[in-house]
Design a protein around this ligand. Structure first.
Ligand code: MN
Length: 226
């Protein structure tokens, strides 16, 4: 088994009442785990199978891309949530003010795009090549890595992310998802990107986080003589 399902950075019930443990059991335990399993089956024996997840996202297509990107997107989603209060760095606050006008206006734009996205997809806060923050929506598994942009935060608006708790009430899910955002994670991603604009969080590897931990582990394994 090449790729492993990341560990959740919080307990299954930690996001209640906004995201129930039942949702976590399905969303993380079935959907996310399913993408990991399918990806492993699809790449087994392939010459590119030893590359990191980011490589699969950027340089494959079809079913391999769909499953790899969904693993990447879900990793990013869970890491962007926190059951405890977190705060924005000064740098992130300043850039949000500069590029959106205010935190409130940023929230309005983000949630409006998330509510309007037709069908399944993801909404992201990204750092563009010109240094500006923008909110972008992508359908299905598509994500900022595929467009050479640096992802800072994502919200999953596939129905499986909210249907158990909110049925068709995507707007209510979005309002409550907003309360769970891990602003430290977003701030750290921005800091990493600014320290190293060629790579940023999107490439391996920065601070101690789940994605980097497993990329590190994979790289160690690759360098261990068998
Ligand atoms: Mn999902």
């Amino acid at each position: 088994m090449k790729f492993e399902l990341m560990s959740l950075p919080f307990a299954e019930a930690a996001l209640e009442p906004y995201i129930s443990s039942e949702t976590i059991r399905y969303h993380y335990g079935k959907h996310h785990a399913g993408y990991v399993n399918k990806l492993n089956v699809l790449i087994e024996g392939k010459e590119y199978a030893d590359n990191p997840l980011e490589y699969m996202v950027k340089y494959t297509n079809g079913a391999v891309f769909n499953n790899a990107a969904q693993v990447y997107n879900h990793n990013f989603y869970w890491l962007g949530l926190s059951p405890t209060n977190t705060t924005c760095s000064v740098a992130l606050s300043d850039m949000i003010k500069r590029d959106f006008g205010s935190q409130e206006e940023f929230k309005k734009q983000f949630l409006a795009k998330a509510a309007a996205l037709f069908g399944s997809g993801w909404v992201w806060l990204v750092l563009k090549n010109d240094g500006k923050l923008v909110v972008e929506e992508f359908s299905n598994a598509d994500n900022p890595l595929c467009h050479n942009e640096i992802p800072l935060l994502t919200c999953d608006v596939w129905e499986h992310a909210y249907y158990i708790d909110y049925r068709n009430g995507r707007a209510d899910y979005l309002e409550n998802w907003w309360k769970l955002i891990n602003w430290k994670f977003v701030s750290d991603n921005l800091a990493d990107a600014q320290n190293d604009p060629m790579t940023g969080y999107a490439q391996p590897c920065n601070e101690n986080n789940e994605i980097c931990d497993y990329v590190d582990k994979m790289q160690e394994n690759e360098h261990t003589p068998s």
